[in-house]
Design a protein around this ligand. Structure first.
Ligand code: ADP
Ligand code: MG
Length: 370
């Protein structure tokens, strides 16, 4: 049993917020994050009795708002804190999953993919995997196989981001394997031998991601992207040869804002609605799982029949194992530091707060005698 680990990361003020002379409303201290509502006067409570400041405790609160601050958390530190565990899980044969959740422009893609020269978790995890493979000296004792795939969910449709010249890239079917669970039919899988191979595929996939301009951000992703690593390790060192298989999902979710908050209309709005279907379902799944785990910790409460609506969206169906199942899962909620985003940031902090309650059941995926 393991709780989902939850981290919150605040980015620096962006140009738009500076131009609006936005005020900084996020404070972090150790694992706590505090948000202040500047509309409520100091020392007082609002008309409805609401408090000016709200404090949430997470597993980690990453202060990345000011590079000059002694508390500044860099990409490398995020990797050291969260990513190294993912690499470790892969070698131990556990499944792992990292989600980035937050409004458009809050730093999801920066955290997951990063910029060139300032890479995020996905490239660092892949690098970590290969550097550990390369440390292996006894090749007669172990062998490794690493496969990656990269897909996008856009309007509840799955698209392969890595299949180059093929007829079947759009609208792939999601099916369920009786033993291995949900999977995407015809999704291309790419065997990689070194980090350079992964880098090439990531770059190609990122170019293929659907992007569109919205009022929030010049180029913002309206889709969910899932980068998956399947890592197989065969060990011959003991009397009984065995194989472990680990699946790692690295997920960059679409912006969590409601479609109307970005001034979207028409087609944009429709897309927004559909994107929200996966996000709304993710929220519902998280709530249901949080309820379930509350029951588990309190034996006096009569067991409720809680239905977890995994099948209501493509995202939750594909990531079923990562949510309340066989996986070590991390959620990173990314936020803006500015008062102009107060509502969205508070809703992200609450969402992340609920996710803390999910309990997963990671197990080593081992096959003896292969
Ligand atoms: P999202 O994917 O959530 O829409 P992005 O990751 O694209 O947001 O971030 C929006 C902009 O802010 C990008 O230019 C990105 O480089 C920058 N940014 C985000 N987070 C940080 C951070 N922690 N430090 C520095 N720049 C950041
Ligand atoms: Mg993005």
């Amino acid at each position: 049993m393991a709780s989902v680990k939850v981290a919150v990361r605040v980015r620096p003020m962006n140009r738009r917020e500076k131009d609006l002379e936005a005020k900084f409303i996020i404070q972090m201290e150790k694992s706590k994050t505090t948000i202040t509502n500047l509309k409520i006067p100091e020392g007082g409570t609002g008309d409805s009795g609401r408090e000016r400041s709200k404090t949430f405790t997470y597993d980690f609160s990453f202060y990345s708002a000011d590079i000059k601050s002694p508390d500044y958390i860099s990409q490398e530190m995020v990797f050291q804190t969260l990513g190294t565990d993912v690499v470790k899980s892969a070698f131990e044969g556990y499944n792992a999953c990292v989600f980035a959740y937050g409004q458009t422009g809050s730093g999801k893609s920066y955290t997951m993919m990063g910029n060139s020269g300032d890479s995020g978790l996905i490239p660092r995890i892949c690098e970590g995997l290969f550097s550990r493979i390369n440390e292996t000296t006894r090749w007669d004792e172990a062998s490794f196989r690493t496969e990656v795939s990269y897909l996008e969910i856009y309007n509840e449709r799955v698209r392969d981001l890595l299949r180059r010249k093929s007829s079947k890239t759009f609208n792939l079917r999601v099916r369920e394997h009786p033993k291995e669970g949900p999977y995407v039919e015809d999704l291309s899988k790419h065997l990689v031998q070194n980090y350079g191979d992964v880098e090439e595929l990531m770059d190609a996939g990122n170019i293929n991601r659907t992007t569109a301009a919205t009022g929030m951000n010049d180029v913002s992703s309206r889709s969910h992207a899932i980068f998956t690593i399947k890592f197989t390790q065969a060990k011959f060192d003991s009397e009984m040869p065995c194989e472990t298989v680990s699946k790692i999902h690295l997920v960059d979710l679409a912006g969590s804002e409601r479609a109307d908050a970005s001034g979207a209309t028409g087609v944009r709005l429709k897309e927004g609605g559909n994107i929200n279907k996966s996000l709304v379902t993710l929220g519902n799944v998280i709530s249901a799982l949080a309820d379930l785990s509350q029951d588990a910790v309190n034996p006096l409460v009569k067991k409720k029949q809680v239905f977890v609506p995994y099948r209501d969206s493509v995202l939750t169906w594909l990531l079923k194992d990562s949510l309340g199942g066989n996986s070590k899962t991390i959620m990173i909620a990314t936020i803006s530091p500015a008062d102009v985003n107060y509502g969205e940031t508070l809703s992200t902090l609450r969402y992340a707060n609920r996710a803390k309650n999910i309990i997963n059941k990671p197990t080593i995926n081992e096959d003896a005698n292969v």
